[in-house]
Design a protein. Structure first.
Length: 249
């Protein structure tokens, strides 16, 4: 099985961090390839950066996904997720969508803990877009961004553990998602300090991507995620332009 990981942040360090953790938890038969967004913000933390990251994710898909069995969008908040699902011939799984579905499956309501205060309203909007607004207990943000946390993960552990515990105590969350590409791998280090199940966003999305790849689900022929009709484009990268202009997948 070949799994393409797209990091639409433009930080190679974050891509390397995600890939390293993915190699640790992936199944033995999963071959991993990770790519970094060619343009945009080093680390997505605003609506403007998010919009640009969606374009970068589409371009990365067009250039690198030809032989992939599934695609994992490795930026919590999933910029470009629905467009990728429409464009792709294989399953596309986003960190945020997979984590929220996993937390909902655990039962009750869930909270999200992440870095960067601007993410709170953005994630509220995202959770509503996937139909889980009523299952969201709260979103807790800590002051450092995910990129800052990735640079000094040891220094952020106490802060993250306290935020996760607060989400359970104050908002009565039944589970908590530790969210962000810069935070991958940290859930295992603080789970013993949180009085509710702690969902690692990379583990949740990687397992879902592997499951859907094995299921060999066909591309829908009708509906909103069916193959796109041909569209004339201007100024796009060649691989993405060709994919859009020929239509289909």
């Amino acid at each position: 099985m070949k799994l393409l990981i797209i990091n639409p942040n433009t930080s190679d360090a974050i891509t390397a961090r995600v890939l390293g953790e993915a190699r640790r938890i992936a199944s033995r038969d999963t071959e991993l390839k990770a790519v970094t967004g060619r343009f945009g913000a080093r680390y997505v933390a605003s609506r403007a950066a998010y919009a640009i990251a969606g374009h970068a994710a589409l371009e990365a898909y067009a250039e690198h996904a030809a032989d992939a069995d599934a695609v994992l969008l490795a930026c919590f908040g999933d910029p470009g997720l629905f467009a990728l699902k429409e464009l792709a011939r294989q399953p596309v799984v986003g960190m945020a969508e997979a984590s929220c579905l996993t937390a909902a499956a655990l039962g009750g309501r869930f909270s999200i803990v992440t870095g960067g205060e601007r993410w709170a309203p953005m994630l509220e909007e995202f959770v509503a877009s996937i139909g889980l607004r009523e299952r969201l207990a709260a979103i807790e943000t800590v002051a450092p961004s995910g990129a800052d946390i990735a640079r000094d993960p040891d220094g952020a552990l106490n802060m993250l553990a306290d935020a996760c515990t607060e989400a359970v105590a104050r908002h009565r969350a039944d589970s908590v998602i530790l969210a962000g590409a810069g935070l991958v791998g940290l859930a295992a280090r603080i789970a013993h300090r949180v009085p509710a199940p702690l969902v690692d966003c990379l583990a949740a999305s990687l397992r879902m991507a592997e499951t859907l790849a094995r299921a060999n689900v066909a591309k829908p022929e009708r509906g909103s995620f069916a193959a796109t009709p041909p569209v004339e484009t201007v100024g796009l990268a060649p691989a993405l332009a060709a994919m859009l202009e020929k239509g289909g997948v």
